[in-house]
Design a protein around this ligand. Structure first.
Ligand SMILES: [Zn+2]
Length: 491
């Protein structure tokens, strides 16, 4: 792989009076400031020893073993059952002298946090977030057992290898590598791995932000899944950093009609009314709206690939019906420029020869930041044109974005320039992650997994045969270490 990043950036710093960092597990320990480094008397000021070289082969081997072990803990959600995984990660931190603790927000559910202390300045702490739960996997559809954590053909295989246990391992190993090398950062790094992300996060990140504010009160920044390193066809690449996300608006449409025997059907039943409504819903074309980060990412791509020229100004280009047609044929592109409506759940009669009084469908709608959910529902009702169809909201939260400019973005840009010689573009994520819980608490949260995933790997997320290359895992940890050094450099 490219981009050797050794040796580590030289850090000269005041030496901490050698107060041994004792492993203790309580949220208080995670929250309180470490001021042991402040020298009481000038004569005690000395230079810190230079950091040790990081043995990357050892780090890679350890990361591979850890990811395999982590995958073997089945955290399929539902039910999640993340507690054993949380305890396993906590033990790894404690064995390495980093304070860590776990919570059990609901029986069997787990959260873990660990804090690598900085050296006494008061820069805002950085949270490295990941989630421990995974989507289910049907073993017979996979070519390797999904919870085996098999290491084969240069890859680690299993559900969660990328989403999101791989990310968690990169974050954890980066913290361990920095601690062991004796690299001193000017800000604390807080590892947080939650559960329940795949089901909306209420019993994970949602619970954590509401109940454990003291643990993250000093945090100003957060890195999470969401973006990544994009490779273009011409070999050029860029970092896509998610700064905003679409928000879910999950709706249930319910139709009523007479119950009875279908041998003498009435003109309208619950099912026929529902089907007519859905027919209109799926034909409905939502308006197109180009947001700043979306324009930016296409412009960056066009600059690197020298075209197509339409990407330089999407607002104008998408007015051309030919170009629009081609553009929205790609589902990811279509989702970036409009609200989407996807019927997912359908329920009618359980029996062929029975009319039920109720039929319902659920729609997974995803709204662009700035779209008003109430206005969206109003338009949808107009499209359906049948007041007897009831529309209920199952899930929705307000959109929250992070600014594209920040200290953390500058650090990511430095990383991109120094290690990969490439630009950074902000990204609008069509899905949603746990970032919104932290953005609501005014923390600048970005989605960026510092790896380039080959197409088969990227497609394995939530799909079959999920895997990550050992090389990618290793490069991800190196970039994460480098990023922490850049962002944690003493000013
Ligand atoms: Zn995920």
């Amino acid at each position: 792989m490219k981009a050797a990043r050794l040796p580590t950036r030289p850090f000269i710093a005041l030496l901490a009076i050698a107060t041994a960092m004792i492993c203790f597990a309580s949220s208080r320990a995670l929250a309180e400031q470490d001021n042991s480094v402040t020298p009481r008397h000038p004569s005690l000021v000395r230079k810190a020893p230079p950091p040790k070289e990081i043995d990357w082969d050892k780090v890679t081997q350890e990361a591979t073993n850890l990811l395999a072990k982590y995958i073997q803990i089945n955290t399929s959600n539902p039910p999640g059952d993340e507690l054993p995984a949380a305890k396993m990660l906590k033990d790894v931190f404690l064995e390495n002298g980093i304070p860590a603790t776990t919570w059990e927000p609901q029986p069997g559910r787990g959260i873990v946090a660990a804090r690598l202390r900085g050296i006494g300045t008061h820069s805002k702490a950085l949270i490295l977030l990941s989630h421990m739960d995974v989507v289910p996997a049907v073993a017979k559809e996979w070519k390797v057992p999904p919870f085996s954590g098999l290491v084969k053909d240069g890859k680690v295989w299993g559900r969660g290898a990328i989403d999101d246990k791989g990310m968690g391992v990169m974050e954890l190993m980066a913290m361990l590598a920095i601690k062991r090398a004796g690299i001193l950062l000017n800000r604390d790094v807080l590892f947080v791995a939650t559960g329940d992300e795949e089901a909306g996060g209420q019993n994970g990140a949602g619970w954590f932000v509401d109940h454990e504010h003291n643990v993250y009160a000093d945090a100003g920044f957060l890195l999470n899944e969401g973006g990544g390193i994009r490779d273009l066809d011409n070999g050029k690449r860029f970092y896509a950093v998610s700064v905003t996300e679409k928000t879910p608006l999950w709706l249930r449409l319910t139709a009523q009609g007479p119950a009875g025997h279908p041998s003498t059907p009435p003109p309208d039943t619950a099912v026929t009314k529902l089907v007519r409504a859905l027919d209109k819903v799926i034909a409905y074309q939502t308006p197109i709206r180009i947001l700043g980060p979306v324009q930016d990412v296409y412009r960056t791509q066009a600059e690197l690939e020298h075209g197509p020229k339409e990407y330089y100004n999407l607002d104008t280009s998408l007015k051309d019906p030919e170009f629009l047609k081609k553009f929205i044929e790609v589902p990811f592109q279509n989702a970036q420029i409009r609200d989407t409506i996807t019927p997912t759940v359908l329920s009618g009669s359980p029996k062929t020869n029975m009319l039920t009084a109720t039929a319902y469908a659920e729609l997974d709608c995803r709204l662009l930041p700035g779209s008003d959910p109430q206005a969206f529902i109003k338009s949808l009702k107009q499209v359906i044109g049948d007041d007897s169809i009831k529309v209920e909201v199952l899930l929705n939260f307000s959109p929250v974005s992070s600014p594209s400019r920040s200290e953390l973005m500058t650090a990511i840009e430095t990383l991109a320039r120094d290690t990969d010689k490439c630009p950074v573009a902000p990204l609008l994520l069509p899905g949603f992650t746990d970032c919104h819980f932290f953005r609501q608490k005014k923390i600048i949260a970005y989605g960026f997994m510092p790896v380039e995933l080959a197409a088969p790997e990227a497609e394995s997320i939530h799909g079959l045969n999920e895997s990550i290359g050992v090389n990618e895992l290793s490069e991800g940890i190196k970039r994460m270490v480098e990023l922490l050094e850049i962002f944690g450099e003493r000013s």
